[in-house]
Design a protein around this ligand. Structure first.
Ligand SMILES: [Zn+2]
Ligand SMILES: [Zn+2]
Length: 276
C-alpha cells in the first residue's frame, strides 16, 4: 500500500459464535474484527475472536498505538478482548471507543463487567498497557488522528449499536453491523453512512427467506445490502456476520447470486485484505 491507501483487513467475518472445521475453511470462523489501516494508524472495529490473531500480527509488526472501536458489546463482538496481546504489554497504548445511546455501557464499565468471575478468571487489572477510554454520543463525528474523520450513526439492534464511516485520504469505508431492516424500507441513517462509499461492510446474517422468521434478532440480509449499495451509490458491499451454520459452499452460492445483481458484492472472509 502507498501512504495514502486505506487498507481494510478482515480478521473475523462470522457472527454470533466462532466456528471451525472443513466446511468453514475458506471463509473462516472467527467472529467480528475489522482493521482499517490509514497510513501508520491501525483502527480496529470490534473485538470478536478475530482480535486474537489481529493482536499477534499487529504486535509482531511493531504497532504500539492502537484504537479499538466497539459497535456494541454483545459477546461475539467482545469475546476476543481478553486475548488481545497488546493489552498485556507495558509499551502499548490502547484507546477504547464506545458509542453511548440511552442506557449504554461505557467502555470502562464494559471492560470490568465482562472480565470478572464467574464469567472469566481474572479482571482487567492483569493488563499492563496504557488504556484510555473514550465514550461518545452516537451521531457524533470523531477525529481520532489528524486527517482521519469518523462519522457515527445509530443502528437498529437490540440494546443499540453504532455504525461507522471512516474517511481518510479521499477514501471511505462504512461499518454497518449489527442491524435489522424494516421490509421495504431503506434506513436513512444507513444510507447517509454509506453514500458513495468505496466499501461498506454489512450485516448479512440471514437470507431473505430466513429473515421472515428471524426479524426480531436484529440482523439483516445480503439482499438488503445490495439494495442499500445500489440506492446509495456505494462501490462495493462486503457481507459479513455470516450465520454460524452458513458453510463455505453456501457463502460461495450467495456471493455468485449477489454479484449477478451487483458486481461489487462479495462475502467477506477471514484474512482478506482490501486496498481502497
Ligand atoms: Zn453480532
Ligand atoms: Zn449484536
Amino acid at each position: 500500500m502507498t501512504r495514502r491507501d486505506l487498507d481494510v483487513r478482515i480478521w473475523g467475518a462470522r457472527g454470533s459464535l466462532p466456528v471451525s472445521g472443513a466446511a468453514y475453511a475458506r471463509f473462516g470462523g472467527n467472529t467480528i474484527c475489522i482493521e482499517v489501516r490509514c497510513g501508520s494508524h491501525s483502527l480496529i472495529f470490534d473485538a470478536g475472536s478475530g482480535l486474537r490473531p489481529a493482536g499477534e500480527a499487529l504486535w509482531a509488526e511493531g504497532r504500539r498505538k492502537l484504537d479499538l472501536f466497539f459497535t456494541h458489546h454483545h459477546y461475539d463482538h467482545v469475546i476476543g478482548l481478553p486475548f488481545f496481546t497488546p493489552l498485556f504489554r507495558a509499551d502499548a497504548s490502547i484507546s477504547l471507543w464506545s458509542g453511548q445511546q440511552d442506557g449504554g455501557l461505557s467502555a470502562a464499565a464494559m471492560l470490568t463487567g465482562f472480565m470478572r468471575p464467574p464469567f472469566f478468571p481474572v479482571g482487567p487489572e492483569v493488563y499492563s498497557a496504557r488504556i484510555k477510554t473514550h465514550d461518545f454520543r452516537v451521531g457524533a463525528t470523531l477525529r481520532p488522528h489528524p486527517g482521519i474523520t469518523i462519522h457515527t450513526a445509530p443502528l437498529n439492534h437490540p440494546g443499540g449499536a453504532t455504525g461507522y464511516r471512516i474517511e481518510w485520504g479521499g477514501k471511505s469505508v462504512s461499518m454497518v453491523f449489527d442491524t435489522a431492516h424494516e421490509p421495504g424500507v431503506l434506513d436513512p441513517w444507513v444510507i447517509d453512512l454509506i453514500r458513495d462509499a468505496d466499501l461498506f461492510l454489512y450485516d448479512a446474517t440471514f437470507t431473505e427467506d430466513e429473515f421472515t422468521l428471524c426479524q426480531h434478532y436484529g440482523h439483516s440480509t445480503w439482499q438488503q445490502g445490495v439494495r442499500l449499495a445500489q440506492a446509495a451509490g456505494a462501490r462495493r458491499v462486503g457481507f459479513l456476520h455470516h450465520a454460524t451454520y452458513r458453510t463455505d459452499d453456501a457463502l460461495a452460492a450467495i456471493e455468485a447470486e449477489a454479484q449477478a445483481l451487483f458486481p461489487g458484492a462479495f462475502c467477506a472472509r477471514d484474512l482478506q485484505v482490501l486496498t481502497l
